[in-house]
Design a binder for this molecule. Structure first.
Ligand code: RIB
Length: 303
């Protein structure tokens, strides 16, 4: 099996259920509070591992109880953790509200996640050269993402970037990206064009292809995902489920997609597997707490 390396953020998610989202200046009385592991990088690493991938994770944790708990958790999940770094800054924390429509609002206190330095990436270069698939997001400093993409690309790895949350990227990075997985809002921001349907997404994607991106999957929530790989554009439908919390659904999708690609499946097959895993993840509360096992994903797909 090909080796997946995830480089990204690690947070502790503090989640409150709320009947309605507060507007600025408003206090609302919410429901249950939960504390659980999160962070887009960690979520993608755990999703990929739980679905059967050979996964290592590079992140930066504080020297605090959140960091200790996170490291224990990653080991228990079976992630390779030799590349986990430590910072004097506090570990990342995300404050999340989830409403009755399963939508969320998230504010991240990045802490140690933003302390990943060029020296850290240089020290991780053996791992970056040894992986087959490098999966990253944008909750860590952009220079670190660029440097890692360059090293992995030059070593022949497949570089996958989920550009969430949106951050401006240097032009150089696009030619290192084999697979770009934005949502519609991110694609619109990167291309400078409005995106609201398949034709507009195809037009916006052309801007990114002209910059050097290899292939693209545009995630469109309940509308499914749009696959753009040089052949005819095609949509993979989202599975209909009763959603209770969409936190981490996109992360589950990216992690699952990389597992399927690591197993040699086509982009279409991988997208269907990722859609199933992501659908399962929204039926339960939390990010990693909601992520399915391989067995759950396969029985959902009727295998
Ligand atoms: O994508 C969901 C994640 O975003 C949460 O787990 C939270 O930590 C933020 O990083």
């Amino acid at each position: 099996m090909k080796k997946i390396l995830v480089l990204g953020s690690s947070n502790t998610d503090m989640t409150v259920k709320t009947p309605v989202m507060p507007v600025p200046g408003e206090t609302v009385l919410g429901g249950d509070f939960t504390m659980s592991p999160g962070g887009k990088g960690a979520n993608q690493a755990v999703a990929a591992r739980r679905l059967g991938g050979d996964v290592s994770f590079i992140c930066k944790l504080g020297r605090d109880v959140f960091g200790e708990n996170a490291l224990k958790h990653y080991r228990a999940e079976g992630l390779g953790t030799d590349g986990v770094l430590r910072s004097d800054l506090p570990s990342g924390v995300a404050l999340i509200t989830v409403d009755n429509a399963a939508e969320n609002c998230i504010v991240v206190a990045s802490g140690a996640n933003l302390d990943i330095t060029p020296a850290d990436i240089a020290a991780s270069s053996d791992a970056l050269r040894a992986c087959d698939i490098l999966l990253m997001q944008l909750e860590i400093p952009v220079p670190a993402v660029l440097q890692a993409a360059r090293i992995a690309h030059e070593a022949g790895a497949t570089v996958v970037l989920n550009p969430a949350p949106y951050a401006a990227l240097p032009e150089e990075i696009f030619s290192y990206i084999d697979l770009f997985i934005p949502n519609e809002t991110e694609l619109s921001a990167f291309s400078g064009l409005p995106v609201g349907d398949v034709p507009s997404a195809v037009r916006a994607a052309e801007v990114l292809f002209a910059k050097g991106v290899g292939k693209m999957i545009v995630t469109m929530g309940s509308k499914g995902s749009l696959l753009l790989d040089g052949g005819a554009p095609r949509t993979v439908s989202a599975f209909r489920v009763d959603a209770v919390d969409t936190t981490g659904a996109g992360d589950t999708y990216c992690g699952a997609l990389c597992v399927a690609l690591a197993e040699g499946r086509t982009l279409d097959e991988a997208a269907r597997f990722a859609s199933a895993a992501s659908a399962l993840s929204v039926t339960r509360m939390g990010a990693q707490t909601a992520m399915p096992t391989r067995q759950e994903a396969e029985s959902f797909l009727g295998k």
